[in-house]
Each structure stands twice: as C-alpha cells, then as structure tokens.
Design a binder for this molecule. Structure first.
Ligand SMILES: [Zn+2]
Length: 359
C-alpha cells in the first residue's frame, strides 16, 4: 500500500519538509511572512510552491491549513505529492501549492488564527452587518466557560446535552458551528473584518491568478466525517454551474448549502467566494474533508482550546495537554489513517490536472 510519511510534529518541521520537497521538484518558491511568530519564536509564513508555465491558462491550486491544525495532514499530502509525483504533472498546467494559509493556527496547533478567528467564517460580505446568532449567544458561556476544571467540564457538557435534547443534534451543530460574530473568545468566531490570511488570499489571487482562464481549487481539511474518508464538499447549491462542474470533474461532491454534507451550512468560508478570487476565470473548487474522531470529541478539543486562549495561559502548564488533544482531533498519526487519506488526495489532484491538461 502506498502511503505518506509520518505527519510532522511541529509547524517548523512541516514547513521545512514542504520547502525541501518544493526545491527538489524544482518549484518556484515564495515566502509571505506573517507578522507573528510561533510558540518557539519561529517564523511563520504562507509558502507558495509553483510548477509549470507561469502564463498557463489552466491553473490548479492546492491549499493547506485554512484551519491551522488541519495543516499537519494537508502539508504532508502536498509534500508527498511534490516528492513523488511532480514528474507526472502535465507540462502545460500550472500547479500551485499554497502551504499554511493560516500559519499561526498551524504552529500553535489551533483551528483558528491569531485573532481567534475561524478563517472559514471570515469571508462574509463585510459591507453588510454580520449575521446575528442569538441561539449561539445564549450558550456561549457554556461552550467556553471561564473555568476548565473537571467539574466545570461536566456541568457545562450536561447543560449542552440538554440543549441538544431539545433542538436535536443537527440543529445544535448549526447553532454552534455555522459561524458567530459576537463572541471574540468563542468557538467558530468570524471576526470583525477581513483577517491577515483573508487579505493575503485576495491580494495574492488578484495578482497571481489574473492571467488564468480556468482555475481549479482544492482545499484540504480534517476533522469531520467518518475516519479516513475524504468527503468532497462544495460551497454552492447543487444546481449551480460551479457545483455541476465539480461533480463532472470528481464524481460525488456534496453540497453544504443543500444540507447533504458532513458540514453544517456555514457562513463566510472562502470556497464560497472562490469565483471572486479569479473573476476572469471559470473556477471549480472543492474541499476535501477527512474524518478522524466523532463530533463530540472534536468539540471538546475546540472548547478546551478556546478556554486556554481566552482564560488560561497558552504558554503555561495546561497548554501541552490541550494542544495534544486538539492535534489528536485533527491529525491522526495512525499509519492506517495515512494509508486511507493519500489515495483520495492523489485521485482528486490527478483528475484536476488531467482535466486541466485536456481542455
Ligand atoms: Zn477545516
């Protein structure tokens, strides 16, 4: 069975391995330095490795770490492809690997960024008022309590399960995870305006994707769905031309807007504005979402992480255990899991490249 090497244990390690792989594949490499540093004082950056003609009309973009910690898997997939498969790339196609879109979250082992913002709730239309979320607000203090003792965890979990029993699990998933704009220390917080990675993505795309006529985007995620399964999720309704193109290219793509995906229908994900990133091109995009553990386990990790950064000390004695808990929810070091995730990615990328070469 073909598999990928073990996942990196730190952002710095993942970054170095990615850059080495890019160099050995003779990619053109750029570094876009982030204003903050990692827990060891290490530099943070969005690194871009690019192969193929820079003026190609057909471009394929693969992005990792929109949700920081999910980059441990995404980075390994990008790196392994560069190491093993770059010679198979069709000559006429331009392939761009964007490594660590949210490098702060990657390094600090968080889904969110330096502002506690979920990047995939940040791409709303900021010229309009952000969506109100009264149901989230009501349970905000239960989700992220001021204290994280065993007793408080039990009390708040019991209270949250009471809400689940009255509204149902699916509705609860939407209330909690659809995105909220009122509680800056809460979970799934969308921010007050475009964050650093958001601004970067728009300005980089407007410059670097301007010449393309066809752009295919693959965004790598983990944390939802069945163990090892890579669900392809679209951000458009299934009747849209963009969704139909994704289905024609990859087969089964679910639509989070139509409610048939493992994700809640959320607000402000960047895939939903993918067309705006290359307004002169036909843009086809998907998220690959690899499952690891169950939703409750994921939520407990995210609550602990939000508590640590809101009320605890992210450099103190509670931090390593919580970071390990978050990592385990979003990156599985089990070789059997790695064996599952690689072929799915290879197939999705290969189809995108082949289709781009044929057109
Ligand atoms: Zn994600």
């Amino acid at each position: 069975m073909i598999t990928i090497p073990p996942l990196s244990t730190t952002y710095a390690q993942a970054r170095a391995a990615f850059l080495r792989a890019g160099e050995s594949a003779l990619a053109r490499i750029e570094h876009h330095i982030h204003p903050r540093v990692g827990p060891e004082g290490e530099e943070l950056a969005i690194d871009v490795a690019e192969l193929g003609p820079s003026d190609a009309s057909h471009v394929v973009v693969v992005v990792s770490a929109t949700h920081g910690v999910e980059g441990y898997c995404g980075s390994a997939l990008q790196r392994h492809w560069l190491e093993q498969h770059s010679p198979e790339r069709p000559d006429a196609v331009r392939l761009i690997m964007v490594h660590g879109l949210n490098p702060f979250g990657f390094a600090w082992v968080r889904r969110v960024n330096e502002d506690n913002v979920d990047l995939n709730r940040n791409f709303i239309d900021w010229s309009e008022p952000a969506p109100a979320t009264p149901e989230y607000d009501e349970i905000a203090d239960l989700l992220v309590p001021a204290e994280w003792s065993e007793a408080e965890q039990q009390r708040t979990l019991d209270a949250l399960f009471e809400v689940v029993s009255s509204v149902g699990l699916e509705r609860m998933q939407t209330i909690v995870s659809a995105g909220q704009y009122t509680k800056p220390t809460g979970v799934f917080y969308g921010g007050l305006g475009p964050v650093w990675s958001h601004t970067w993505l728009r300005s980089w795309s407007s410059e670097r994707l301007a010449g393309a006529s066809h752009v295919t985007i693959i965004d790598l995620h983990t944390g939802l769905g069945q163990w090892g399964l890579g669900e392809l999720i679209g951000s458009e309704t299934s009747t849209s031309a963009a969704h139909q193109r994704a289905v024609a290219l990859w087969g089964d793509v679910t639509s989070m807007v139509d409610g048939d995906s493992v994700s809640a229908n959320l607000t402000g994900d960047w895939q939903a504005v993918a067309a705006e990133l290359a307004p002169h091109a036909e843009v086809t995009s998907t998220t690959i979402e690899y499952g690891i553990v169950d939703t409750i386990t994921v939520m407990q990790a995210l609550r602990a992480d939000a508590w640590l950064h809101a009320h605890g000390d992210p450099t103190g004695p509670d931090a390593p255990a919580i970071r390990a808990q978050v990592r385990a929810a979003f990156a599985d070091d089990d070789p059997a899991w790695l064996e599952q995730v690689w072929p799915r990615f290879a197939e999705v990328l290969e189809r995108a490249l082949d289709a781009a070469a044929d057109r």
